[in-house]
Design a protein around this ligand. Structure first.
Ligand SMILES: *Cc1c(COP(=O)(O)O)cnc(C)c1O
Length: 424
């Protein structure tokens, strides 16, 4: 199946007389005929469901669809994008370990890494997403266990040179984990360029309708965890599972199986089956929506770049953009629907512009089918001073404009009238 067809059909194939639409298995528990049968599940000797904190049939069907879209071997849904990135790293790192991460990442992820995971004893070195191979190599330590980056960063819109990051990671015997939320697998499939693990906030384009918060981790199955002794959690017996060694028992499924039976069991960030159902409905039209998001964003970026009240525009698919070549290489069909720009007159005009928008809504959200807009300096980054804002790539005049799938002429008209009001 081509990827567009997979959006509709992967993960769930009803048999004769079964529901056409993936059912919501809103059940915490599953019935068995004997305690022996259930015991085998607990020993991971038989496959099956026993408690929805670990796994649920609705969730598994949606995870299988996303694994198929990314070209991976297995996936697990989580209750948020934050949980996905936490699990993706915590599954292979413990206190005393180190991770190399791009500094151009979502603010929530940065805080998770630099503050919360640091408290757990996991140390991060942040490097520029534009680092050369030598600069990435220089960030490694003896105890480095992973490299992390975003394919398109939120909100700074850098486009990762996936091959260079993957090459450096692999030469040091560690996997490259990438957050692929903004391009989605419709526009970019990082496994094709050497990434080993992909994460998403499914809250964004995958859902697309702002109905559920969710995340997913997908494994390519390509990374060999047994090549060195860095991953004892995967390659030596797990005492909390009767001495099972994940790589021996589950092969290419080792990483995701461990994330489910160990992390999901102990930390429990599973989405409700109802949320997975909503996510699945979003996924069915993902390919149509991404195409329209990109078409509209290109037009909006072009319009902004020619407007005299705009000081700068950042959109990776715009000719002349610093990341244009990376975008063409890694996501030739389009990047995403998010455009950032500055309005003449700085912070004050930016606020006036936003307050004058009629169609675009002010919302702490991106990647929705409805156009929405955010001024990070006065909202998500409000507590930072001018210098701190500059350090994290958020200028005081930066407006993050998430172009929806409405008629692009209506979106541009709205921007036009708001710019006129802001200029007065
Ligand atoms: C929103 C976002 C997250 C966090 O996801 P939640 O679903 O809000 O927890 C992580 N990474 C990226 C790139 C995001 O845009």
């Amino acid at each position: 199946m081509k990827i567009n067809t997979k959006c509709l059909h992967a993960g769930y194939s009803p048999k004769n007389g079964e529901p056409r639409v993936l059912p919501i298995y809103q059940s915490t528990t599953y019935k068995y005929e004997s305690s022996e049968a259930m015991g085998k599940l607990f020993d991971l000797e038989d496959e099956g469901y026993f408690y929805t904190r670990l796994a649920n049939p609705t969730n598994d069907a949606v995870a299988a669809k996303i694994a198929s879209l990314e070209g991976g071997v297995a996936a697990v849904l989580t209750s948020s994008g934050q949980a996905a990135n936490f699990y993706a790293i915590f599954n292979i790192c413990h206190a005393g370990d180190h991770v190399v991460s791009s500094s151009a990442i979502y603010g929530g992820t940065f805080n998770l890494f630099a503050v919360t995971m640091k408290k757990l004893g996991i140390d991060f070195t942040f490097i520029s997403p534009d680092s050369t191979k030598e600069e990435i190599d220089a960030a490694f330590k003896e105890n480095t266990k992973a490299v992390f980056a975003e394919t398109i960063s939120n909100p700074s819109l850098t486009v990762l040179d996936i091959e260079t990051f993957a090459k450096s990671a692999h030469e040091h015997g560690v996997p490259l984990i990438v957050d692929n939320t903004f391009p989605t697998p419709i526009n970019c499939r990082p496994f094709e360029f050497g990434a080993d693990i992909v994460t998403h906030s499914t809250t964004k384009y995958m859902d697309g309708h702002a109905t559920q918060v969710g995340g997913v981790i997908v494994d390519s199955g390509n990374f060999d965890w047994t090549q060195n002794d860095k991953y004892p959690g995967l390659t030596t017996p797990d005492d909390s599972y009767h001495g099972i060694t994940y790589t021996e028992r589950f092969g290419k499924g080792a990483y995701i199986t461990k994330a489910v039976v160990q992390l999901m069991r102990d930390l429990g960030s599973i989405p409700s089956p109802h949320n997975a159902f909503l996510l699945n409905i979003g996924l069915e039209t993902l390919f149509l929506r991404m195409e329209r998001h990109c078409y509209n964003a290109q037009k909006v970026a072009q319009f902004l770049s020619e407007n005299e009240n705009i000081t700068w525009v950042n959109y990776p698919s715009l000719k002349g953009n610093k990341y244009y070549d990376n975008a063409k290489k890694y996501m030739p069909d389009g990047t995403c629907g998010v455009v950032s720009f500055g309005v003449k007159g700085g912070r004050e005009s930016a606020t006036k512009f936003m307050d004058s928008l009629k169609l675009a809504t002010i919302a702490t959200h991106v990647a929705d089918c409805r156009t929405c807009v955010l001024h990070p300096a006065s909202t998500t980054h409000r507590q930072l001073n001018a210098q701190q804002l500059e350090e994290c790539g958020v200028s005081e005049d930066l407006i993050r404009f998430s172009v929806g799938i409405e008629d692009v002429n209506d979106i541009i008209e709205d921007i036009k009238q708001a710019l006129e009001k802001a200029a007065k």
